[in-house]
Write a protein that binds this ligand. Structure first.
Ligand SMILES: [Fe+2]
Length: 244
């Protein structure tokens, strides 16, 4: 008998979205969890989100670019100024054991017949964005498991390996066929960017091989209030409403 995994990504310190997603996942039978990184950044509850993933879910996790930058002294010149402001704020919020934990996260992780990575298996440390079939083709060269889950773009989508490289498929529920390879973007829990403000995540049944894309409404007003109370950039609050 299989297990139902909830695959979460780009939580970005949004505790209100994370709690709503966990409630939705458990109501649909999820007993296992996995996380494709970026637990911090953009929103105002980084320590709370780390605590849930690390201490409550105790699930496999990989490192996202925000996790890496927050837990190091790396220059933020590559970051958008808004993102950089929140990275600097987050560095001040976290205890040393939280920072140590983020710093030790792996770049990729094999789980039960699938792999986790934040961006792409094609040089994951470069944090490349996969927005098209060409970029997905480069990734498939390195994917050894039938399924790889990722995030980073905050846009849920599916790529299927094919003779020409990769096919792009919409984020709709389907059964993973045996003998094929899929690269699945689970979207973002804490800051969706596909025009739908609801939190995004994926359920995967390892027995039936069914993949389900979920969207969950949560208390955006509460998340915005946290951002404003923390003095973080207004853009971080505004974009939660539009999902952009
Ligand atoms: Fe992200």
């Amino acid at each position: 008998m299989g297990q139902i995994y909830a695959i979460l990504g780009d939580i970005h310190a949004n505790i209100d979205a994370l709690k709503a997603v966990l409630e939705d996942a458990r109501a649909r039978g999820a007993t296992r969890f996995a996380c494709v990184g970026d637990m911090v950044g953009y929103n105002a509850a980084p320590a709370e989100c780390i605590s849930i993933v690390r201490d409550e879910l105790k699930c496999p996790v990989v490192c996202g670019n925000h996790d890496r930058y927050v837990s190091s002294n790396m220059s933020l010149t590559d970051f958008h100024p808004v993102a950089a402001t929140v990275v600097e704020w987050t560095r001040q919020q976290l205890a040393s054991d939280d920072l140590d934990w983020l710093r030790a996260l792996p770049m990729q992780k094999p789980v039960m017949g699938f792999t986790l990575v934040h961006s792409t298996l094609d040089m994951p440390e470069h944090w490349g964005y996969v927005f098209d079939s060409l970029q997905a083709s480069a990734h498939f060269v390195y994917q050894k498991t039938p399924i790889c889950f990722h995030g980073h773009t905050h846009v849920p989508i599916v790529y299927e390996e094919c003779a020409l490289g990769a096919l792009c498929l919409p984020p709709e529920n389907f059964k993973i066929p045996v003998g094929k390879k899929f690269f699945v973007n689970v979207g973002s829990v804490g800051q969706p960017r596909d025009g739908d403000p609801r939190a995004s995540y994926v359920l995967f049944d390892t027995g039936t091989r069914e993949l389900r894309f979920r969207r969950v409404a949560y208390d955006i007003i509460k998340a915005q209030a946290r951002i404003r109370a923390a003095g973080l950039p207004e853009r971080c609050a505004a974009r939660l409403v539009t999902g952009s």
